[in-house]
Design a protein around this ligand. Structure first.
Ligand SMILES: *Cc1c(COP(=O)(O)O)cnc(C)c1O
Length: 365
């Protein structure tokens, strides 16, 4: 059978390994598996959220409120915006897809950093857009400026902080860059990890309200999957001018968020203390990963988010380390598919991290 020709060249997104796989392949009990490969919240979600999910299990037979009225109201209040500035997606992943489909056709140009979230390229290539990448792996604003004026892309992706490297541009550089772009270029600020960056360093914080007030050609993406600990519920959102949001709504399928997911996200917004505490622990534990790297001569990329990327030298490969850890029940992310010899480790709980250090020491010997 013949398919959309754009699919011929596409490789399937390599998702972080699930617990189920480690159980099946290595016979390790789920309770003994440490999952630090997908940047989830190792402390889970707020207990209030778990309670809402179990109390409302009977709602599962109903379709959700497709207007997502209450979640939008809460998000609007939280960010000091209007409900018509908000679109909800099945993860912010889906909002990325809406943006590409709303803005691009075959031959459109999409600009991004060389090493960034793989789904930008996958969605763009599905519809035959041309991908332009910076020469450096991480975000370098001068390279973005240069490539922007050279190619006049339809979409620019800025991942702040960047997955899978952890670096983050300063807000001042981002705003200055956007101010030099054409009103017809859609600038996508992927804020999947902004909660972490904001807590660590004010110069990285992007306030969506200020962003939307200053610029009409931007969309800010947020998610409940990372700091809020709701990766399994699949809820994300886009914040933009009503003009952009209306266009995206033409692409959104009905009922794209489950009933329980909606309730969970609404409840999660009521417990910001939980999120703050998790972020605090994360940066405390991050220091231990930095010390471990120094002590063992491992290069790492300073991180503004909930993971750290260890760059490996020629002595061993990311695949070797990741496989070795996996067989012992620890899931980390091998960055081979991104073309770099490195592993990305989500910062776990103190106990989980103890185990990682213990195993890494064994490996290095
Ligand atoms: C995790 C992640 C997302 C979106 O995750 P969803 O679960 O789809 O909301 C988006 N961008 C980046 C950079 C991410 O790491």
């Amino acid at each position: 059978m013949k398919f959309n020709r754009e699919l011929d060249e596409l490789v399937v997104y390599e998702a972080g390994k699930p617990i189920e796989l480690v159980v099946r392949e290595f016979g390790i009990k789920p309770i003994d598996i440490i999952k630090l490969g997908s940047n989830e919240n190792p402390y889970g979600c707020s207990p209030k959220v778990s309670a809402i999910i179990s109390e409302n299990s009977k709602m599962a037979s109903f379709y959700p409120d497709d207007s997502m009225f209450e979640l939008k109201e809460r998000l609007a209040k939280r960010y000091n915006l209007q409900s018509n500035n908000i679109i909800i997606g099945s993860g912010s992943d889906q909002v990325i897809e809406f943006c590409i489909r709303a803005k691009c056709t075959k031959g459109s140009k999409v600009l991004m950093a060389k090493t960034t979230f793989a789904m930008y390229e996958i969605y763009a290539r599905q519809i035959g857009a041309e991908i332009i990448k910076t020469p450096s792996h991480s975000h370098e604003i001068l390279e973005f400026k240069q490539l922007y004026s050279q190619h006049k892309p339809d979409i620019v992706f800025l991942c702040l902080p960047n997955n899978p490297l952890g670096e983050c541009l300063d807000k001042s550089d981002v705003f200055e860059f956007i101010s030099q772009t054409d009103p017809d270029t859609l600038i996508i600020i992927d804020g999947a990890y902004q909660e972490f960056a904001k807590a660590k360093d004010k110069s990285k914080a992007i306030d969506p309200k200020e962003l939307l007030e200053r610029f009409e050609n931007v969309i800010y993406l947020g998610t409940f999957s990372k700091a809020y600990g709701l990766g399994g519920m699949r809820v994300g959102y886009g914040l933009a001018s009503n003009e952009i949001i209306e266009a995206l709504h033409k692409i959104r399928p009905p009922f794209n968020i489950g009933v329980l997911s909606l309730l969970a996200a609404i409840e999660a917004l009521k417990d910001e203390d939980f999120v703050e505490t998790c972020i605090k622990y994360t940066f405390e534990e991050m220091l231990r990963y930095e010390s471990f790297a120094y002590a063992h001569g491992i290069t790492f990329i300073p991180s503004w988010t909930n993971f750290i990327t260890y760059i490996l030298d020629d002595k061993f490969s990311g695949t070797q380390v990741a496989d070795w850890l996996l067989r012992r029940g620890v899931i980390v992310r091998n960055l081979k598919s991104y073309g770099i010899n490195a592993i990305r480790i989500t910062i776990g709980t103190e106990k989980q991290n103890d185990r990682v250090f213990e195993l890494m020491k064994e490996f290095l010997q």
